[in-house]
Design a protein around this ligand. Structure first.
Ligand code: SF4
Ligand code: SF4
Length: 632
């Protein structure tokens, strides 16, 4: 086999658009492998357990290509002069251009063809993040990079590049030497790292590094996504590195700029699955699924919302209150889209049940449950509240086999609810879940689900159930109201259950329920004025009846007495029948108190005499009696 000429290979690589090309002899890197294994033992790989597998392949090219003689390493710059839109959730620079996996692989193939053309019979294998080989180690060996304090860097070109590796069985006339680190005393990247992932020099702690966590870790915690300064990846330490600053304007031909850089935050927040493909399909971000990417956007949106709330609403109490009311109203309106067959079936289930509706929940959901029970009971649906925590400590005895159970829970995974569910199933009770998480245990277990999902709570940082509990409350009202309508529940039915309420009083309270508590002022027709005055003053109703036997023949009010004094100075001789108003306004004791109010208002009077069908005097009802009962 011919000997490959190093200069020719490198010239070809540059012609193909690569930034640099170096070639190292293929041999096992035992020392580097030992250091790598030590880092693994210390847990630096974090959740990237794939790093623990087939470690030998990383450092021994022979294990990937039999007879491998040379390792050709190319670097591809992803620098671009494109700038993201303002107000844009920033992603790491390597995502701003075409996915390097595709671009580098595409350009390495002609390089492999060239090698085989120069050395007929030579075997080649291309790898771009697609095998276990430690590309960074081979980049160092081939002289195209060295380890800076934050990862691979080239002393001249900086670190905004990615690698491609071509393994070949061809031997090369000249091999390159490893490049040595030139960071010196500089520690700019170490100090700039917001995650303190560079605290051990020349070693990136993947457990802390946002670049690893936000890209590689499939089970990354929400708190990490929130803390990460970038939406996807991280290159803050690279941005600060002085070696990158001098090359920042360099634009390479291969860097095809992505259209997503034009997106603003609100475009990210409205990103659909189709939009994800359109804007990110050709970038390295497409290696992440849409739901995972969108989840990270939601975290960012929540963070910026919280920041905005805490900065703009401080000292602006009314603005804060207005936003809360608006967001809660939107949460309730959002429930309309969830009204479906399950809601209809739930109403029919409760209507046709021979038992009661048992409502249960814990925490704020329990409080909402109590209110729903109160509404249901007052509107004709027998309901009982059972606290979920007490249920599993004996209160389960409340539940009878024919009862329907409504479980309220935002998460749908609270331990008390998950403990309760098997019992209900075993007991044969039908379950309705009112839940804010459709993939939860409760939603999956219930017979019917009332979806109460909300986008966010109205409090900053989702501190307290606000929008979610309002949504539960509103859904409970929707359920109770649908039951009212289906039952044909009338105001009279309502009043029967609410004798103490204002509607109940209007529909049920009668004159006889009020007048009997008053004194019963009365004088005979021949009574003197002095007797009349004493009777009116003593009974405190401002009026007295004038009776002939038991029959009402007239009435004297304190107004009548004032008018009498104005007309006659000689009133001492007058009797009741000379002062009284004949045919005073009367009312029957079976009349509704509400009608008595109307009667008084119509006649501009404050008293009515209560009489029976034979005009026998029974007593007096005063406007104050009606005011006291809430009729005004
Ligand atoms: S990529 Fe970000 S988190 Fe990782 S070391 Fe650099 S600055 Fe720190
Ligand atoms: S910032 Fe300084 S220490 Fe860090 S990689 Fe660049 S030159 Fe080295």
């Amino acid at each position: 086999m011919n000997m490959l000429q190093s200069d020719k290979v490198k010239a070809k690589a540059l012609e193909l658009g690569f930034m640099q090309c170096g070639i190292a002899p293929a041999h096992a890197l035992r020392e580097q492998q030992a250091l790598f294994e030590q880092a693994l033992a210390e847990g630096y790989q974090a959740d990237m357990h794939f790093l623990e597998r087939e470690v030998d392949q990383r450092f021994n090219p022979e294990s990937l290509l039999e007879g491998c003689e040379s390792v050709v390493v190319v670097t591809w710059s992803y620098l671009t002069d494109a700038q993201p839109a303002s107000d844009h959730y920033r992603t790491a620079r390597y995502t701003w251009v075409e996915d390097y996996h595709q671009a580098v692989k595409r350009q390495l193939q002609p390089l492999a063809d060239f090698v085989q053309q120069e050395c007929p019979g030579a075997q080649c294998r291309i790898t771009v993040d697609s095998s276990r080989i430690s590309e960074k180690q081979w980049a160092v060996q081939s002289g195209v990079g060295c380890y800076g304090k934050n990862g691979l860097i080239h002393n001249e070109s900086g670190s905004f590049f990615v690698l491609g590796v071509l393994l070949t069985t061809a031997r090369v006339d000249h091999y390159d030497s490893p490049q040595k680190s030139d960071c010196g005393d500089c520690d700019i990247c170490v100090k700039s790292c917001p995650a303190h992932a560079l605290d051990v020099p020349f070693r990136v702690d993947a457990r802390k590094c946002f670049a690893y966590q936000t890209v590689e870790n499939k089970s990354v915690r929400d708190s990490v996504l929130e803390d990460s300064p970038l939406l996807f990846g991280c290159d803050i330490c690279q941005e600060r590195c002085p070696r990158n600053k001098k090359n920042i304007q360099k634009v390479l031909k291969m860097s095809k700029t992505s259209v997503f850089l034009r997106l603003q935050n609100r475009d990210f927040e409205n990103l659909t699955k189709e939009g994800f493909k359109t804007y990110f399909g050709e970038t390295a971000i497409a290696r992440r699924t849409y739901p995972r990417f969108y989840h990270a956007i939601e975290i960012k949106r929540e963070k910026s919302r919280n920041f905005e709330i805490l900065t703009t609403e401080k000292s602006n109490i009314l603005q804060c209150a207005g936003r809360v009311l608006k967001e809660e109203a939107e949460a309730v309106e959002g429930l309309i889209q969830y009204l479906n067959q399950d809601f209809e079936e739930s109403v029919r289930l409760i209507l046709n049940s021979k038992g009661r509706l048992i409502v249960t929940g814990i925490g704020k959901s329990a409080i909402i449950g109590q209110k729903i029970v109160a509404t249901l009971n007052s509107t004709g649906t027998p309901a009982v509240f059972m606290h979920a925590a007490d249920a599993v400590h004996g209160d389960l005895g409340i539940i009878q086999p024919h009862d329907v159970v409504l479980c309220i829970s935002k998460s749908g995974n609270t331990p008390e609810i998950t403990q309760l569910t098997p019992f209900l199933k075993q007991n044969g009770n039908k379950m309705i879940a009112m839940v804010g998480n459709m993939s939860s245990f409760l939603a999956q277990s219930a017979d019917y689900v009332l979806n109460c999902s909300v986008l966010k709570e109205a409090t900053p940082n989702n501190l307290a159930p606000t929008s979610s509990s309002t949504a539960q409350l509103a859904m409970g009202d929707a359920l109770a109201t649908a039951l009212i309508v289906e039952r044909g529940f009338t105001p009279q039915d309502f009043a029967k259950l609410h004798p103490g309420g204002s509607l109940g009083k209007r529909l049920t309270m009668k004159v006889k329920d009020l007048y009997k508590f008053n004194d019963k002022p009365a004088v005979a027709p021949d009574a003197s004025i002095q007797e009349v005055i004493l009777e009116i003053s003593g009974k405190c109703l401002g009026v007295t009846a004038v009776l002939d036997g038991e029959k009402l023949v007239g009435a004297i009010t304190d107004g009548d007495l004032r008018r009498m004094l104005q007309k006659s100075a000689d009133y001492a001789q007058l009797t009741a029948k000379e002062v009284m108003t004949k045919s005073p306004k009367t009312i029957h004791e079976e009349t509704l108190a509400a009608d008595a109010v109307n009667y008084m208002n119509t006649n501009s009077i404050t008293n009515l005499f209560v009489v029976d069908a034979d005009n026998r005097y029974l007593g007096v009802i005063h406007i104050h009696d009606l005011i006291r009962e809430g009729f005004y």
